[in-house]
Design a protein around this ligand. Structure first.
Ligand code: F3S
Length: 391
């Protein structure tokens, strides 16, 4: 890999241990993937923030980087942590709270904003064509496919290294030729809601490998539907980008995949692991809710009251919550908790006694049986609300 004189100096340790370690991570990765050089990035987004999923070991590395003066040189955001400060924090043991706050402190010391959301694009939308180093897989697919920015699916350490160096290796989705579609997907019947978009993503993620699909049949898809599709695609496979009819590209001799309504229905069925209709938790906000999604939940929830003992969470970013306070209040009057900084999958649901989760998100339904040791019920928003409310 070719390094500039300045990059070489950082590689040799002239700017200190933090810069040297980060540069070495990036060069190692670049060489592994055949990159010829590093390219500047507009922003970084780091995953591996929740103490629940991170555990103890990586905290020493974060602390060492912060102690050595590692600082983000570009705008850098981080993924959700394992609780919110107002509601869930009070239900958890002090030890967990302390450990989580220790992780967040290290990011803060490195000039990383306490954004704690998986939808950094609602906070600052990347420019079209800009290069990013993002680690949250749902955000990676969204950035590449919906925003036309360019990012590989980074790991937490490589995204942090890129944040501190301000550059990333030039390979994969940063190169125009790797962004061209090579699989043609035909969705036979229009999808009706965000849950069906997510189910399509899970179904395709399992068969696409790391292919870049051109998906036909999604004309008029909502932003929310595309977000669910991308999050699920990334959860079930290695795809980092999709194209839709709207930006149809020429595609010759490509593999063709047909998706019928029965494939979507079967996927939804397979993501429901229990026959009970009595979940312990009804959850929306995977990925974190947009302003439009908060508005929609507020409209549907208005004036209704939740069943007693039902736990219901709507997860979003601080940024979106702050801008939607009237709607947030309407949702909360119904009995929901509108939580920031956290999501169900990376939270301590087992510690809270949650055994069955009902959600409209295929990504959560895909992960919850393993990461939350919970049964799942996957259903569209309206059906989830019907379950949550007293008639
Ligand atoms: Fe975001 Fe958590 Fe889903 S990080 S994409 S809400 S699993």
């Amino acid at each position: 890999m070719h390094l500039t004189k300045d990059e070489e100096r950082v590689y040799d340790g002239e700017s200190g241990w933090a810069g040297q370690t980060c540069m070495r991570i990036l060069v190692r990765l670049g060489e592994l993937f055949g990159a010829e050089k590093l390219i500047p990035i507009e922003s970084a987004h780091v995953s591996g923030v929740s103490y629940k999923t991170l555990g103890d070991a990586p905290v020493d590395f974060l602390k060492a980087l912060a102690d050595a003066g590692g600082k983000a040189r570009v705008e850098t955001t981080i993924n959700p942590q394992s609780f919110d400060l107002d509601y869930l924090a009070k239900k958890l043991p002090a030890r967990i709270r302390r450990k989580q706050m220790e992780i967040l402190k290290q990011f803060e010391r490195m000039n990383v904003a306490p954004s704690m959301t998986c939808t950094p694009y609602y906070l600052n939308t990347p420019k079209r064509g800009s290069h990013l180093a993002w680690a949250e897989s749902s955000a990676v697919v969204y950035a590449n496919s919906v925003l036309d920015a360019r990012t590989n699916r980074e790991g937490g350490p490589s995204a942090l290294a890129a944040a501190i160096i301000g550059k990333t290796p030039d390979h994969g989705m940063h190169k125009a030729e790797n962004r061209l579609p090579n699989v043609l997907v035909n969705v036979e019947k229009p999808l009706r809601n965000e849950t069906e978009f997510g189910a399509l993503g899970i179904h395709l993620g399992k068969v696409l490998g790391d292919g870049v699909p051109l998906i036909r049949g999604l004309r008029g898809a909502s932003e929310s539907g595309l977000k669910q599709l991308g999050a699920a695609l990334a959860a079930a496979g290695m795809t980092n980008m999709f194209h839709t009819d709207a930006k149809a590209a020429r595609l010759k001799d490509a593999q063709k995949i047909n998706v019928g309504p029965q494939d979507v229905a079967r996927t939804i069925e397979s993501l429901t692991t229990t026959s009970t209709q009595k979940p312990d938790l009804v959850f929306f906000g995977c990925p974190h809710c947009s302003m439009n999604e908060i508005r929609r939940i507020a409209e549907l929830a208005d004036g209704r009251k939740m069943k007693p003992q039902m736990e219901c969470w709507v997860c979003t970013s601080r940024h979106v919550k702050k801008r939607m306070m009237p709607e947030v209040k309407r949702i909360e009057r119904s009995g929901f908790h509108v939580l920031t900084d956290v999501c169900t999958v990376v939270s301590w649901t087992e510690t809270l006694g949650i055994k069955t989760i009902m959600t409209n998100s295929a990504k959560t339904a895909h992960y919850a049986p393993t990461l939350n040791k919970a049964d799942t019920i996957l259903a569209p928003l309206e059906e989830c609300l019907k379950t949550a409310f007293r008639g």
